[in-house]
Every structure is written in C-alpha cells, then in structure tokens.
Ligand binder design. Structure first.
Ligand code: ADP
Ligand code: MG
Length: 622
C-alpha cells in the first residue's frame, strides 16, 4: 500500500496522544517500523542513552523515493486505508504519527532504498523542516538517525533522566522485541560498544539465553504446544483462529522480586496488562513465596478481530473482546507447563500433616472439622496413588489452599499463622536458655524453656544469626572478602547489566570484587567469605533483582538488601537433617542474638506454646 494521509474522519477514531516521551519511545517506534517493513536484521545504536543520537538500521522493504517526504507528514501511513482496516490491524504501526512527531522535536536523517528501486533517498529534517533531500546509494532497507532529541523543547528535556536510566529503558525495549521476534537478528550498541545481540535463529530459547543468560534460561520451561509456532516468528500478519498462549516460564527456582520479569505479547505486540500479568502470577499459586514473582515470556495469540489495539497512543495496552477467556488461556497454559515440569514434592510426613492441618485453623490444635478431614484425605491420596507429577502438585496445592498456606513446606514457618501473631509481644524479647528436644519435619527444632515449648524454624533462625554477625562486621567496615581461585565470569540479564555496573562500588564495600568483562558479562574475583561455597551466578542474579527495586532507595537500604540476600542464601535450608550438636550450636547462637524472634525479613523464627496455653488446650483450666 502506498503511504497516504488518513482522512480526518479516520484520524478522529485513532487513539491520539504523544508517543515520543523519551529516547526509548523513539527506539520503540523505529523498531516497529523496521519490523513492519519485514526486516530480518535490525541494528540500534545509541549515544548517551539516546539523548544525543539514536540510529536504527534495517534491511526491510524500504520507502519508495517519491513517498519518503510523505512518511514524515502527520497521519501519513501505508498501513491503514479505511475504518474497516482498523478492526483487523496486522501491523505494529497504523497511526502514521511516529515519524512526524519524532521529526518535529529533533534532527532526523532518513536514508532509505526501496527493494524495487535502483537507488536510495536521503532526506533530512531539522525540527520539522526539510534541510536536505537527495539521491544516495544504499542496499535495500532504511536507516533512521535521530539526533539532539528535545534539544529545543526544554519542558521535555528537563524530564529526561540520567544516561544510565534512559539506557535502561532502551535495553528493556530491545530485549522485549528480541523475545517477541526470535527470527529477527537485533544488535544493540551503546556509545560504540555492543551490549546485546540476538542470533535471529527463530528459536525463542536462543533469545532467552541472550537476554537472561544460559543459567536462567535453563530454568525456564516451554509453555504451550511444544514446537508449534515457536520456531516460527510469531507473525503479526496471520490471524490465529483460537486464543493460545505459548512461550517460556521459569520454574519456581528462578523468581524475581517484582513483576517486571513477566513479559507479555499479544499478537507480536509487547503489552503491559495488569490482568494478564496477574494470570501468570496466578499460575504460580502456592509455588512461589509471597512477595516473589515469576519470570516468564508469554506470547498470546488472539484472533485479530477479538482484540482492539487502538486504545493507547503508544499501543502498550489492548482491549480484548473476551478478557476472561484470554486470562484463563494464559493461566492454564503456564500452570500446565509448570506442573508437567516440576518434580512432585516430598510426600508430607505424618507429623507435618497434623501440624499443618491444625495450625491452619483458628487455634493451636484446631478441633476436627469437615474441612480438616477433607484436606488430610487429599494429602493421603496424593501420597498413596502413583500420580503424575502434575496431579500430585494439583492435589497438594488444593490441600494447602484449604489450609490457608501459600508456599512450599519450608514456608510454613514463615506464614503468619494465628499462633505466631498471638505471641507477637514476645518477638523483641531475648530468649531464655533452651533445652533441645529434637527436630521436627526436618525443618523445625523443638526445644523446651521455662515458659513452655518452642518450635524454631531452622532456616529463619540461622538467617537471623548470620544477619546479626554480618551487620556487626559491616559496621566495623570489616566484611571479609575471599578471592575466588578462578575468577568466575557471570553473564547477567542484558537489561540489568548497566544497573550492576553502576553498583560495583557499593558491592565492593560488601566484599564483592566484580569487574565488567564486556557486554553483559562480569568477572567475579572475590565474594564475601560467607559465600565462598555459593553458586555465584545465581547469587549475582538475585542480588541484581534486589538492586533493581532500589531506584530511589538509599544506599544504606541497598546495602542491607544485598547483605540480607547473602544471609538468606547461606542459611541452612529446611529439609536438612541436623545433628543434636548442630541444633545445640544453632540455638546457642540464636540465644545470643539481639532480636532472636524474627528473621531479618521480619518473619518469626519461632513459635512459642506457653505452658498456660497448653493447659488450656488440654482442658486443664476448666
Ligand atoms: P505508521 O507506522 O503508523 O504507519 P510512521 O510515522 O511510523 O507511521 O511511519 C509512516 C510510514 O513510513 C509507514 O507507514 C511506512 O510506510 C513508512 N516507514 C517508516 N519507517 C519505515 C521503515 N523502516 N521501512 C519502510 N517503511 C517505513
Ligand atoms: Mg510506525
């Protein structure tokens, strides 16, 4: 279709509004144009986070020489002709606004050659005015160079953030489109240095490796029909007949501190949709700890006529004709993939069972109720019959939900059950000397004190101990660093590399010696001595996700977050057998803590059943 100016009537029906907010929005619009033009290869170069220069080159179809000036007019598009087309949009663009908007607030140079023409065109705009227009040689394709964005729009310029922040936004855009279009080879260059490249193999897993690193990608499982459609580029141009969800979702071993790693596409278009994100989160119900979020890349395909993309000027939101159907397609596909790929949990021991069922109710050992019987019955059947992994999970999941628990068995101690809240006034008091009675469910230490029975969560308690020690060392400026025998190269998610680079000094003070090693790879030379046995790559990834939340956080908070993470990782886990001597040592160390009753994250380390309470439960007080 040739480029045409849309009629006023049609313009009035298009979601209007500013699309050029910051360098990343320019990058987004130019990339979308390149994809619409059928590019196989897209190269993005930026200087100073795009504030000085953005250049997007593609090998797509190019713009015919006589249409090049028209492309920069308002409401000029080759993608939409009539109002009917608006209902079935098969391209990323359709508003004909981006180039005009960009050209009015910057200097734009367009060099393009249409596939069917022998030579190309150069056309240059300075804040909306043509300053050059000539023939030029070029291979088919288009290169758009945008310089000095907003240099004459002080109100906009003022709102641009640091180079680091703007660069982060650009990284986010590139990685998202690279994930949505695995068949296109994307290259990103910042200030002359290549920071990201996807291979363009058409295989989403290859892109996952580039974006998240091989370790993380290895923990992600395929969602939806394996093979079908994934190997192909999810073409925006062919409309599916059914609602489907495919992509990759991380097993619960790889989670994130916020929702930003849930990446969603609808018909090849990246979208931010709270409800769809929630569908993904729902799929992990009972599988992730509260406060942790999934990592997932989900490509939703919806019949073109069932989705309205003309809602938001930057096209980041869409409206579905049947939102509930889309929601449940996403939730079911992700849940299925997780259940099919997870090992069934350890069958709960008799003790864990009674404990869990009892404490989910109102009191300590709740009286038998219909619910309780039903719930334990489900667990029983789950442990007896040889079910597939997913069936077992489903059933245990139901049982846990019935009991009000939302996590792995090891999280039970972290749940704010009625018992721990009853004793909240005790949380800050020091501990009396305790006598060890034994270990329960490989998770809790049972101990007796002058005030009754104590159930101590071994992981939470150890976390508290490590935290107070580390904090003391930190206050003395003496966190011991230990050099690694072999400095370890670690590749971090491409969109986090810049963030990490900005925090290397902070990390150095905490015992990490890390240096940039090209692209998104870093060389770890030393770690806090406490961590020497840890899986360094995984640790670094978690630390980055902690830092990510802290855009405005104080340095002190960031330091605390990193150190808490180190302690959490190194604390003994639930499920580990402890010898009597080990339990004794742990409880002694806990007794010596300032605040022994909570873990560094504020969850209880112990549950206390007072003698008076026990007497009441046994009916001794009448
Ligand atoms: P829209 O994408 O909504 O049509 P734009 O302002 O982004 O509006 O682009 C206007 C027109 O310029 C497009 O419709 C397309 O015909 C042409 N165009 C822009 N960028 C490219 C490109 N990289 N390759 C080929 N054609 C392009
Ligand atoms: Mg466009």
């Amino acid at each position: 279709m040739p480029i045409q100016i849309l009629s006023d009537a049609l313009v009035a029906r298009i979601a209007a509004g500013e699309v050029v907010e910051r360098p990343a929005s320019v990058v987004k619009e130019l990339i979308e144009n390149a994809i619409d033009a059928g590019a196989q290869e897209i190269r993005v170069e930026c200087i100073e986070g795009g504030k000085r220069l953005i250049r997007v080159s593609d090998d797509g179809g190019g713009i015919p020489s006589d249409e090049a000036p028209l492309a920069f007019e308002h409401h000029a598009t080759s993608k939409l002709k009539s109002a009917d087309d608006l209902a079935v949009i098969h391209t990323l663009g359709f508003r004909g606004e981006a180039l005009a908007s960009i050209a009015s607030v910057s200097q734009v140079t367009c060099v393009t050659r249409h596939v069917d023409e022998a030579s190309g065109t150069l056309i240059r705009f300075d804040h909306g005015h043509v300053v050059a227009h000539e023939r030029i040689g070029r291979t088919p394709g288009t290169t758009m160079t945008v310089e000095h964005l907003f240099s004459r729009v002080p109100a906009r310029l003022k709102f641009l953030k640091s180079t680091q922040t703007e660069r982060g936004h650009i990284d986010g855009i590139i990685t998202r489109y690279a994930l949505a279009y695995p068949a296109i080879r994307f290259t990103l260059v910042h200030d002359g240095r290549q920071t990201f490249q996807s291979l363009g193999t058409g295989n989403l897993r290859d892109v996952l490796i580039e974006v998240y690193g091989a370790d993380a990608a290895g923990q992600m499982v395929e969602v939806g029909d394996s093979g079908s459609g994934l190997r192909d580029q999810p073409l925006i141009s062919d409309s599916p007949t059914l609602i489907t969800a495919s992509g990759y979702a991380a097993l619960p071993t790889l989670d994130h501190s916020n929702r930003t790693k849930i990446t969603l596409f609808v018909n090849g278009r990246p979208v931010q949709d709270t409800k769809l994100s929630y569908a993904v989160i729902q799929a992990y119900h009972t599988l992730l700890m509260t406060g942790r979020y999934p990592v997932a890349v989900i490509l939703v395909r919806v019949p073109t006529e069932d989705v309205d993309v003309n809602v938001h000027p930057a096209k980041a939101e869409v409206r579905f004709r049947e939102p509930d159907a889309v929601f449940s397609a996403v939730q079911r596909a992700v849940r299925r993939a997780l259940l099919d790929n997870m090992a069934p949990p350890e069958p709960p021991s008799v003790l864990t069972q009674q404990w869990a069922v009892g404490s989910g109710e109102s009191g300590v050992f709740a009286p038998a109720s219909g619910d309780r019987i039903a719930a334990s019955d489900v667990i029983e059947r789950a442990t007896q019959s040889p079910l597939s992994g997913s069936e077992t999970w489903d059933r245990v999941g139901i049982a846990r939900q019935a009991n009000g628990f939302g996590g792995y068995p090891s999280d039970i101690g972290h749940d704010s059950s009625p018992i721990s809240t009853q004793n909240s006034e005790l949380k800050t008091r020091r501990l009396p000397a305790l006598r060890i009675l034994g270990q329960l469910a490989l998770t809790y230490i049972l101990a007796e004190g002058p005030e009754g029975l104590y159930l101590i969560d071994q992981h939470a308690a150890h976390e508290r101990i490590l935290w107070e020690r580390t904090l003391a060392q930190h206050e003395l400026g003496a966190i011991a660093a230990q050099s690694l025998l072999d400095p370890t190269p670690v590749t971090v998610p491409a969109d986090s590399a810049y963030l990490l680079e900005g925090q290397l000094d902070l990390l150095r003070e905490l015992g990490f010696d890390i240096e940039p090693f090209g692209g998104a790879t870093f060389l770890v030379r030393a770690v806090p001595a406490l961590m020497i046995q840890d899986d360094i790559a995984n640790a670094l990834r978690e630390i980055i996700s902690d830092l990510e939340m802290g855009d405005q956080a104080l340095r002190k908070d960031l330091e605390a977050r990193v150190l808490k993470r180190v302690c959490k990782r190194m604390a003994i886990k639930a499920g580990r057998v402890l010898s009597f001597a080990e339990m004794q040592a742990l409880v002694r160390d806990l007794e010596a803590c300032e605040s022994p009753r909570t873990c560094p994250h504020g969850r209880p380390t112990m549950i206390h059943l007072g003698v008076a309470q026990l007497a009441k439960e046994f009916g001794r007080l009448g």
